[in-house]
Design a protein around this ligand. Structure first.
Ligand code: IPM
Ligand code: MN
Length: 346
């Protein structure tokens, strides 16, 4: 019997509430589909930092590496300055564990109201492959003459061939596995002529040589945002840089019914280190502890995790359970009621 070691980082705020639901769902399908789960809970997040001074030590990172998967809720508390937890936990994990792909599906579950006019739920079904360890997020740059009129602040978008080619190869493989076999590169070749010259060149090189069956398309990022609202049916698989991917996936999340429906996987495709799955929403301190958090994004995240582990039947089961809940509408239902419905269906 397969056994998976899962590191749980519930984090702060509603992260704790939704991860609890995700865990119950995991336990339920594991029993049903005959695999075993061993959970270890880790305390990282804002609260832990304020209590102990630890953000995420290298020793803790080594501990996390003893697991197959990391399941993260959300980190962030209002009393910690922006940047500390984001860089010290989230980005540290993505970078150190070489999770160079951030997968973010945009798909509408039955019964979910979408805010785009003239678009049917079937027309909204694409997935964004966001490069996850490079670009503006590497923090190359600095500040000079701070506090004077001559102050200079630099933050550079850096990419090397290896980062670009491995990300594109992953995106091509994904596109090849889907019926439409179409991959759209999202860039800004008309202005950011250095970085997107590299992306565009490698895109066509790899596409022509290794994936002749995949149709290649290109959109400037601004135009892509427009089409994501006007004609989202254009898209099947989109691939883009870290920063653009961050921005367009919030837009995508809104079109699929909001942050409560947006899941993501930070993937290390070679499985040399654990991949990490997290709902896209944050810790939402304003609603924490009230039992109001929508746990569905965290459960879609579980589905992605199961797919990644190769537990396809269990993943499909979770997906059907989500649909069974969304189809009836869940407005007015609290976290625990939604959890109950999910578990009942399973
Ligand atoms: C996300 C978040 C993070 C990001 C922040 C919290 C560092 O917005 O996962 O999209 O920018 O990647
Ligand atoms: Mn974001």
């Amino acid at each position: 019997m397969a056994e998976y070691k899962i590191a749980l980082i519930p984090g702060d705020g509603i992260g704790k509430e939704v991860v609890q639901v995700g865990r119950q769902v995991l336990e339920k399908v594991a029993a049903k589909h005959n695999f075993e789960l061993a959970f270890t809970e880790f305390p990282f997040g804002g609260e832990h930092y304020l209590k102990t001074g630890e953000v995420l030590s290298d020793e803790s990172l080594d501990e996390l590496c003893k697991h197959d998967i990391i399941y993260l809720g959300a980190v962030g508390t209002p009393d910690v300055k922006p940047g500390i937890l984001e860089k010290g936990i989230l980005l540290k994990l993505r970078f150190e564990l070489d999770q160079y792909i951030n997968l973010r599906p945009v798909k509408v579950y039955p019964g979910i109201d979408i805010p785009i006019k003239n678009t049917t739920p079937e027309q909204l079904d694409y997935i964004v492959v966001r490069e996850n360890t490079g670009g503006l997020y590497t923090g190359v740059g600095g500040i000079m003459m701070k506090g004077t009129e001559d102050e200079v602040a630099i933050q550079s978008m850096t990419y090397n061939y290896k980062q670009v080619s491995r990300c594109l190869r992953y995106a091509f493989q994904l596109a090849e596995s889907r019926p439409r076999k179409t991959l759209a590169l999202i860039g800004k070749t008309n202005v950011l002529t250095h970085v997107f010259d590299l992306w565009d060149r490698v895109f066509h090189e790899i596409g022509a040589k290794e994936f002749p069956g995949v149709t290649r398309e290109y959109y400037h990022v601004d135009a892509a945002c427009m089409h994501m609202i006007r004609q989202p049916e254009r898209f099947d698989v989109m691939v883009t840089t870290n920063m653009f991917g961050d921005i367009i996936t919030d837009l995508g999340a809104e079109t699929q019914g909001g942050m409560g429906m947006a899941a993501s996987g930070n993937i290390n495709p070679e499985k040399t280190k654990p991949s990490m799955f997290e709902p896209v929403h944050g810790s939402a301190p304003d609603i924490m502890g009230k039992g109001l958090a929508n746990p569905i994004a965290a459960v879609i995240t579980v589905k992605m995790m199961l797919d990644f582990l190769g537990e396809t039947e269990a993943a499909n089961d979770v997906d059907s359970a989500i649909s069974a809940v969304t189809i009836d509408g869940f407005d007015g239902l609290g976290t625990l009621e939604i959890a109950e419905k999910l578990l009942e269906t399973l």
